[in-house]
Ligand binder design. Structure first.
Ligand code: SIN
Ligand code: FE2
Length: 211
């Protein structure tokens, strides 16, 4: 019996990955209103990698901790370097969605303290990387896609492992943890497209227990 009709493991080779198609759709209005509020307080910006390049993805954060990069490296910070203020707190709609998705994927006690907000415009991409600045790898990553579709790449535990391409649409949620927690992943350059609610961008919310 399928207790969770909308939980579709995308591939048996990807144990630890749950793809929840359309899981965020019912919360769309609240998510978009809360997103606007977060971005008013902590605007999108193109952060600089340790190598000195501006990222093509514009980023912000909400939560006690925010993921940042600059010439000094990648890390979590409790102040927004742009405003020198704490990041906005994780809105109730964001938190409830991330916890509901985590629960469906088998994580009953997910308590995110960081939500990275990524904005992809046409051509923006994110190269294959591991999420490993967090302290506790027993906690999953919960990733919400909104707006224009994108191709998510799920690689292996080594950068050179062949990656599986997974299309992600408005409202899709991906949860990865367990043996998949440290898989390389990324986003292929965003194709030009328009979404009725968000225009020509893709927004990704990535929830983590970072501290
Ligand atoms: C990330 O890995 O931080 C973002 C992935 C995505 O945009 O879906
Ligand atoms: Fe990531």
């Amino acid at each position: 019996m399928d207790l969770f009709g909308n939980t579709t493991p995308i591939d048996t080779a990807l144990a630890g990955v749950s793809l929840l198609k359309g899981f965020a759709l019912k919360d769309e209005a609240a998510l978009l209103a809360d997103l606007a509020s977060v971005i008013t307080q902590a605007p999108f910006r193109h952060m600089i990698t340790p190598n000195g390049f501006a990222m093509s993805v514009a980023m912000s954060n909400c939560g006690a901790l925010g993921w940042v990069t600059d010439r000094q490296g990648y890390r979590y910070a409790n102040l927004d370097p742009l405003t020198q203020k704490p990041w906005p707190s994780i809105p109730a709609s964001f938190l409830a969605l991330s916890q509901a998705a985590a629960l469906v994927a088998g994580y009953a006690d997910f308590t995110p303290d960081a939500c990275l907000v990524n904005r992809y415009q046409t051509g923006a991409r994110m190269g294959l990387h591991q999420d490993k600045n967090e302290r506790d790898f027993t906690q999953p990553i919960v990733s919400v896609s909104l707006g224009v579709p994108a191709t998510f790449q799920f690689g292996g535990l080594k950068r050179t492992d062949k990656a599986l391409n997974v299309p992600l649409y408005h409202g899709d949620v991906v949860v990865w943890g367990g043996e998949a927690r440290l898989r390389y992943h990324g986003i292929l350059p965003l194709k030009a497209s328009t979404h009725p609610a968000l225009g020509d961008v893709r927004i990704n919310l990535t929830f983590r227990k970072a501290g």
